[in-house]
Ligand binder design. Structure first.
Ligand code: CDP
Ligand code: CDP
Length: 212
């Protein structure tokens, strides 16, 4: 029996990974796994236990329960930052690795994160690296959270600085840094709608399937 299809979607914050991965999963009838949620849930456990997310978070990662992932307070600025602090810890990453692999091994999946194509599923059938400029990404995150509300230049600059700091932490860590896999397809999305990104990705998946 052939192995179920695994598609990796990596890239920096607010590039459109989740939007693409969810749409691809729906189109292909595959489950979708948002691995960022795992790191966010570990950070939330640390914060709620009055622990600094920069401190040893391995016990919280090992204790992670499915209900931790269903919390509604995982996408707030404090946890954006906290997630990238716990994610830099090798013991945290090791504790979460099997959960990610088990999820996709039986059924296949579209999986989004930072190290999916490099570490979690280095043999993924198709790998995408989704990116956009920090300014585009900061604006997208703002509108995602605040709708049409305008953003003054000073606040946009602060949001860009936050995103650049998180990307830099994610890219410079020793374990599983954010980096484009050698065999990943790069999609720069500054000038593309979510629909156009999906179209490009679908063309690529189709090309691979025709070839194999
Ligand atoms: O998962 P990631 O943090 O990479 O980003 P996302 O949550 O998928 O996308 C962030 C925001 O950008 C969402 O509101 C998307 O609708 C929007 N987006 C966009 O405007 N244009 C795209 N090509 C992709 C996403
Ligand atoms: O949606 P957004 O891109 O803003 O963040 P996310 O995908 O939810 O990831 C939050 C944080 O978790 C990232 O900044 C990374 O530090 C970490 N992460 C990781 O290290 N490896 C992954 N596979 C996924 C997320």
């Amino acid at each position: 029996m052939s192995r179920p299809l695994v598609i990796a979607v990596d890239g920096p914050a607010a590039a459109g990974k989740g939007t693409l991965a969810k749409a691809l999963a729906a189109k292909l009838g595959l489950p979708y796994l948002d691995t960022g949620l795992l790191y966010r849930a570990v950070a939330r456990r640390m914060v709620n236990a009055d622990l600094d997310p920069a401190g040893d978070a391995s016990a919280q990662a090992q204790a992670l329960q499915p209900e931790d992932l269903a919390r509604t307070d995982l996408r707030v600025p404090e946890i954006d930052r906290g997630a990238s602090l716990v994610a830099a810890q090798p013991a945290v990453r090791a504790a979460l690795l099997d959960r990610q692999r088990v999820f996709a091994t039986q059924t296949g999946a579209v999986v989004d994160g930072r190290d999916i194509g490099t570490v979690v599923f280095p043999d993924a059938d198709v790998k995408f690296f989704i990116t956009a400029s920090p300014r585009t990404r900061a604006l997208r995150r703002h509108h995602q959270v605040h709708g049409e509300a305008p953003l003054v230049e000073a606040d946009l600059e602060a949001a860009v600085a936050e995103i650049v700091a998180r990307d830099s932490r994610d890219s410079s860590r020793d374990t599983a840094p954010l980096v484009q896999a050698a065999d990943a397809v790069l999609i720069e999305t500054d000038d593309l709608s979510a629909e156009q990104v999906l179209e490009k990705a679908c063309e690529e998946v189709l090309r691979r399937q025709v070839r194999s």
